[in-house]
Design a protein around this ligand. Structure first.
Ligand SMILES: Nc1ncnc2c1ncn2[C@@H]1O[C@H](COP(=O)(O)OP(=O)(O)OP(=O)(O)O)[C@@H](O)[C@H]1O
Ligand SMILES: [Mg+2]
Length: 318
């Protein structure tokens, strides 16, 4: 039998009577990257803390690296890495000293610790800065050090809580490569993010959280297909033609365009292909409806949300 790297069953967590993680189950296998996607306050970090034994669940159970998070927290902790909002890096130590210290804390001998630090410094291209205090690092370099620190113990499971927030595109891409390589070496990676693009680049599967509940699960392609591929955003030359435009598009595409109330003639409609984009233009043109602006956008996290979140939850944030 193959044991999952992470198996969580019906995890819930309340804070002062408010349920912030609600009956969430998930499974993650060796070498897999699972993207936990959701807006601010969706419950991502809380779930990660529960799986990393930093916070007990109110109910439910989870096994991480084969051990129970409630009854065997020490075994779990020695097999996981945690990076992101919980950086274990000491600002005043150099990058190298941080890595050596962490390796020593994991039980490595002086020599083993030095070797492990050297290996990570090389992998994460930290050679030039390794002798400097961590507080002097740029954001991107600091993230690479955080990630290196979380990998000192060669963890079976790596938790990354919004690893690329605040990074420029170049640093972000470099970090994504490192995360991918880590998974290829067999580490199971649970990654939280608010960015559909990040999940798309990294995660084989995505689990979408909203108000603490799982609202969708699947590959990025599956989720996008359910959203309908891309959307066309149109700004009408005359906002007064919005109703006629929606009716025309419904006839042509069999779908309702959404309008922004008071949005000055802005509407959006899901399109499955370039043929649909052409149909939008033809339909509006044919009806004599002027277009001031038109753009095609890939689905965003918002689109995916809106297509999955139960209607009475729409628009709720925390
Ligand atoms: N210790 C706490 N006490 C009370 N409420 C908390 C606590 N920790 C988290 N919460 C609440 O639980 C909800 C979920 O928080 P969580 O940090 O898990 O969300 P998140 O998905 O990680 O959000 P973000 O994208 O902003 O990091 C939020 O409404 C938050 O205010
Ligand atoms: Mg968070």
């Amino acid at each position: 039998m193959i044991t999952a790297a992470v198996e969580a069953i019906a995890i819930s967590r309340k804070f002062g009577g408010r349920t912030v993680v609600d009956d969430v189950s998930l499974r993650l296998d060796k070498g897999e990257i699972l993207g936990l996607l959701g807006h601010n306050g969706a419950g991502k970090s809380t779930l990660v803390k529960i799986l990393a034994t930093a916070l007990p669940p109110s109910s439910g159970s989870a096994r991480v690296a084969g051990f129970d998070v409630l009854s065997q927290p020490a075994q779990v902790r020695s097999r996981i890495g945690l990076a992101g909002q919980y950086a274990s890096v000491d600002e005043n130590l150099s990058g190298r000293d941080n890595l050596v210290l962490l390796a020593r804390l994991c039980g490595a001998s002086r020599r083993e610790a030095r070797d492990r630090a050297g290996e990570l410094i090389e992998t994460f291209a930290l050679g030039e800065v390794a002798g400097r205090a961590a507080r002097t690092y740029s954001g991107g370099t600091r993230r690479r050090l955080d990630l290196a620190a979380s990998l000192v113990s060669s963890p079976a499971v790596l938790f990354l809580d919004e690893p690329s927030t605040g990074l420029d595109p170049v640093s972000r891409t470099a970090l994504w490569d490192l995360i991918r390589r880590t998974a290829q070496q067999g580490t199971a990676v649970l990654l939280t993010t608010q960015y559909l693009e990040e999940a798309e680049r990294l995660a084989g599967r995505i689990q979408l959280l909203s108000d603490g509940r799982t609202v969708a699960c699947g590959t990025v392609d599956e989720l996008k297909r359910r959203v309908g591929g891309s959307s066309v955003h149109v700004v009408l030359a005359d906002p007064g033609t919005a109703a006629a435009a929606v009716a025309g598009l419904r006839r042509a595409l069999g779908r309702d365009a959404s309008t922004v109330p008071g949005g000055g003639g802005r509407l959006s409609v899901a399109v499955a292909s370039a043929v649909d984009v052409a149909a939008v233009v033809r339909t509006l043109d044919g009806a004599g409806i002027g277009i001031a602006d038109l753009s095609v956008a890939k689905p965003t996290l918002d689109d995916v949300y809106l297509s999955h979140v139960r209607p009475h939850h729409r628009g709720s944030t925390s």
